[in-house]
Ligand binder design. Structure first.
Ligand code: FES
Length: 344
């Protein structure tokens, strides 16, 4: 059984199959709806069901409190249709909708695993079938390990100009399923299945205002891709990249950032340490990244076309967005990719 889904206020129509969530249907048809975790945990896909019969399976009441569900709010990543639906999108990006890329599954093999810091690895995989992928800098894919019933979402750290390989920056955790495989089992040539691309943290080619990038931990990856995409295309914008780390041992690519600062006019990298150690001999910014951004925003004139891209753990993103909003930056100028801890 197939139903029709009308998306307001953008006036788009798509189909949804029985047993398929509205978000999955959108991915299949290349309609870039806003999303994060894809499993009812983050609320990024929250919308209003205006008409039709639908049901949601299990989801977090943190993402959708009961009173909102009673008022007709739904999480599209959990919504199954039982009739034609009319849905009002709360968050949407008309530009991203225009440049949507249909989701596909790719067979890949591991090409290299390197250490960037004591707990961040760089994973490079080669695309085998299909042999190339189209994506936008800032997007992510789901990585499936054959024979194991789990996947992890990771943002691409490379630019779309290199479509036959994907690079990721992966933070490893003690006891983490993927971390353990990465550090103890994976070897070059191992097969991984990749599904994507996902994510709406995408730079608009025709925006030329100032730009702030804010990252923490492996949240460097999509921002690194966006930055390098601009450097490769010689995009002229004032770009300030804030990166929050605990101590100097958590920093990497300092030489690469210096090199980009030399060749990209208007770019500056501001790493900040929240727990600088004596042996770090650190003379740069200190404190939580949100405090550093607050100081920066209060002491600089902000461009009216300023755009901010954030990527990292959910608490960091939420606190940073609050700081940005307090300084008058409107939600349509804020783009983010929140890392939600894996539920299995
Ligand atoms: S709750 Fe739907 S994408 Fe996270």
């Amino acid at each position: 059984m197939t139903y029709k889904v009308s998306l307001e206020p953008v006036g788009l129509e798509m189909e949804v199959e029985e047993g398929e969530t509205v978000l999955e249907a959108a991915f299949r048809q290349g309609v870039a709806l806003m999303h994060g975790c894809k499993e009812g945990q983050c609320s990024t896909c929250k919308s209003i069901l205006l008409e039709g019969d639908a049901d949601m399976g299990r989801y977090s009441t943190f993402a959708l409190p009961d009173h909102e569900a009673e008022e007709g709010y739904v999480l599209l990543c959990k919504t199954l249709a039982y009739s034609d639906l009319k849905v009002e999108l709360i968050q949407y990006d008309e530009e991203a909708l225009k440049v949507s890329i249909p989701i596909k599954t790719y067979q890949t093999s591991i090409e290299k695993i390197e250490s960037l810091t004591h707990d961040i690895r760089k994973l490079t995989i080669a695309l085998n079938e299909p042999a190339g992928i189209t994506f936008h800098a800032g997007q992510f894919v789901d990585i499936y390990v054959p024979g194991q019933n789990f996947y992890r979402s990771y943002s691409m750290a490379n630019t779309p100009q290199q479509p036959d390989k994907l690079e990721f920056m992966i933070k490893t955790f003690k006891g983490g399923k993927f971390s353990t495989l990465l550090d103890q089992q994976f070897k070059n040539g191992d097969i991984l299945e990749v599904k994507g691309p996902y994510g709406n943290c995408i730079r608009k080619e025709d925006n030329h205002g100032d730009m702030i990038l804010i990252g923490g931990g492996s949240g460097m990856a999509p921002l690194w891709a966006i930055l390098n995409d601009m450097a490769e295309k010689n995009v002229k914008r004032n770009i300030t990249f804030f990166y929050g780390a605990r101590s100097a041992k958590d920093l990497f690519y300092l030489d690469k950032f210096k090199e980009i600062e030399k060749r990209l006019d208007g770019f500056q990298y501001i790493p900040a340490l929240s727990e600088a150690q004596t042996e770090d001999n650190w003379s740069g910014e200190t404190g939580l990244i949100t405090e550093v951004i607050d100081r920066y925003l209060k002491s600089n004139d902000l461009d009216k076309d300023l755009e901010v891209f954030l990527c990292g753990p959910a608490p960091m993103i939420d606190s940073a967005i609050k700081v940005l909003r307090d300084e008058g930056i409107t939600p349509d100028r804020i783009f983010f990719d929140k890392f939600i801890p894996a539920s299995n």
